[in-house]
Design a protein around this ligand. Structure first.
Ligand SMILES: [Zn+2]
Length: 258
């Protein structure tokens, strides 16, 4: 079950699920609306999240999914019938891989309403911000980690909602099905690193941090990619769980050409 929403910046609330230390971010509009980013993970996380938003007088106006992985395309009826945006590429992949994504969700977080699972709408063509009446939320779309992966940057508070990058507890996880997994990841990371005015970061999994730790995570992830490019086994302080070690070994094998 998610912890209650904690304010990490004015008008930016974060809840953290026990499963995979997954974050849900809520951006508050002064008018009583809110934008709900990557609501996750279990049904037992999402029902109280919706209840807490109602208690706080916040009505979801829109949702956003950072990328087409099962734990980032969830919703709950109590969050309301609002547009749930994602990048056009992310929407395509979520549609194409819907059955596999739903099966994966069923293993770790059963009971989600299939009618709501992955029902995303593409951002309007050429959009640089989420179309809503709250604080500006700029989109940074790249293909690192997943096709059409999108970070949100809130310039008013310097908040970067990074999606599945810049984690303190996960290594860079590449999209090994993509044409250039490490190159796409590096390109996305460099886009985030180049954003001016980042004062805090919310990763999709792990812990929110400030500007100095943001720089440290960028460096750690670039160093990981540099070492990966050598195609030889290496360690990383974040390899604390079996699934991470498995993915790490697969990435090293892939980098080695196998
Ligand atoms: Zn992911």
């Amino acid at each position: 079950m998610a912890g209650r929403l904690a304010q990490i910046a004015p008008g930016v609330l974060v809840a953290t699920s026990e499963i995979f230390t997954t974050t849900t971010t809520v951006v508050v509009s002064p008018g009583g609306g809110c934008l709900v980013v990557d609501p996750a993970v279990t049904v037992a996380d999402l029902a109280p999240l919706a209840a807490e938003l109602a208690e706080r007088g916040l009505r979801p106006r829109a949702g956003f999914s950072t990328h087409p992985h099962w734990d980032h395309v969830l919703w709950h009826a109590a969050l309301g019938d609002v547009p749930r945006y994602a990048s056009p590429r992310a929407v395509q992949v979520a549609l194409r891989e819907r059955d596999a994504l739903m099966a994966a969700a069923g293993e770790d977080a059963p009971g989600h309403d299939p009618a709501l699972f992955g029902r995303l709408v593409p951002l309007p063509g050429g959009a640089t911000e989420i179309p809503w009446d709250g604080p500006a939320a700029q989109v940074v779309i790249h293909d690192g980690h997943a096709p059409g992966h999108t970070a949100l940057f809130l310039p008013d508070t310097g908040t970067l909602i990074a999606g599945d990058m810049l984690s303190d507890i996960e290594i860079p996880l590449l999209d090994l099905a993509g044409p250039d997994p490490a190159g796409d990841y590096r390109a996305g990371l460099e886009r985030l690193a180049a954003l001016p005015g980042v004062r805090r970061v919310v990763p999709g999994h792990g812990h929110a941090c400030g500007a100095a730790e943001f720089r440290r995570r960028v460096s750690a992830d670039l160093r990981y990619l540099d070492r990966l490019a050598l195609g030889e086994p290496f360690g990383d302080a974040r390899l604390t769980q079996d699934w991470l070690r498995r993915d790490h070994h697969a990435q090293v094998r892939h980098a080695a050409g196998g």
